[in-house]
Design a protein around this ligand. Structure first.
Ligand code: PMP
Length: 338
């Protein structure tokens, strides 16, 4: 018999899928690690489970306790699944920039969700960082996971994502391309892969409005770089402790528009119905295409599923309102069908 004991046993071991059309002008093979195959529909299930397991082991999370986290949704989903199976409560703090679908999904799996304003500084008492930290102090028997600075985050990718990619490519991977937020995915996977082969190039994809790229290049925390952006799930306005910049070779920034347009292409041309950051990841790779050679084997990590973005990047009206999609006239529609 092959019966999983619970949903958590389905986390990880996601497929690596060759891209055939969006990368047709590339000199080499590009494969996508499609992590929406995780039960919570994102890569974050991996680190959520690891953070819970380590908090249990260290006695920080006790039976019947409450998990507190500042999350844009995907980490929350992973934590909520672990909480359902292991018997914890969850309170998540998120921002008003995130899709409403994401909060509704978290509530569906039993979590309480508190929405905070996006455009306030992290140290502002209204920010989701501050509210999460305050709740952790006030709610009895609770533990703030803090995915940004909790090194269980990158450890999950060092132990699972990196080894899976190494095995799935028979050790032939030459480039890892990945959007960077908390830094857990790219740092953990890169640490493992570079231990196996230090020549593997690791490219982080960032968004304009995030300070990570400038920090990587200059070591400077330049708040002048920070401005609101529309892309979701990656880019930061501070540098989380999960980063180990020495395992990253290059940072590339993409625009909100280019990431959104590329996500739609991934769905239409590859049948990969992914989230915003997956489009941004591919777009970043497109911008770096000229650095690649014939025998390279590129792996890009696609973090989450498109269903959470149906009201956004997959909605024509939403795209047109932001200037991401040209408004089609009746004449355009007729001529495109001719
Ligand atoms: N894309 C999405 C959709 C995410 O939820 C996240 C996690 N914030 C990332 C990319 C970036 O991953 P990481 O936090 O591991 O850097």
């Amino acid at each position: 018999m092959d019966i999983k004991n619970n949903i958590l046993e389905t986390i990880g071991n996601t497929p690596l899928i060759r891209l055939n059309k969006v990368t047709r002008n590339f000199p080499c093979t590009v494969a996508a690690k499609v992590d929406y195959f995780n039960p919570g529909n994102s890569i974050k299930d991996r680190m959520a489970l690891k953070m819970v397991e380590i908090a249990e082991k260290e006695g920080k999370l006790k039976p019947g306790g409450t998990i507190i986290e500042g999350t844009s949704g995907n980490t929350g989903m992973g934590l909520a699944l672990a909480a359902v199976v292991k018997g914890y409560k969850c309170i998540f703090v998120t921002t008003d920039k995130q899709s409403k679908e994401k909060a509704d999904i978290l509530k569906a799996v039993g979590a309480e969700v508190i929405v905070c304003p996006t455009n306030v500084a992290p140290e502002d008492p209204r920010s989701y960082y501050s509210v999460a930290a305050r709740l952790a102090k006030e709610v009895p028997n609770s533990y703030h996971m803090n995915q940004y600075d909790n090194l269980a985050n990158r450890l999950a990718h060092y132990e699972t994502t990196g080894p899976e990619i190494w095995k799935q490519t028979d050790g032939k991977i030459t480039h890892l391309v990945c959007t960077a937020g908390t830094g857990g995915t790219i740092t953990g996977a890169a640490m493992y892969l570079k231990e196996k082969n230090p020549n593997i190039q690791v490219w982080a994809i960032d968004v304009y409005g995030s300070l990570l790229t400038k920090y990587f290049r200059t070591g400077e925390i330049d708040m002048g770089e920070v401005h609101p952006y529309i892309s979701e799930g990656f880019g930061e306005d501070f540098v989380p402790k999960n980063y180990e910049m020495r395992v990253i070779d290059h940072f590339e920034q993409v625009t909100d528009k280019d990431g959104a347009v590329m996500a739609r292409r991934l769905a239409k041309e590859e049948g990969l119905f992914c989230g915003y950051s997956a489009g941004s990841c591919l777009q970043g790779l497109m911008q770096l295409k000229d650095r690649l050679k014939k025998d390279d084997l590129v792996v890009c990590i696609l973090h989450d599923h498109g269903s959470r973005y149906v009201g956004k990047i997959y909605n024509d009206q939403w795209m047109m309102e932001r200037g991401f999609l040209d408004v089609k006239t009746f004449k355009d529609i007729v001529s495109s069908r001719a």
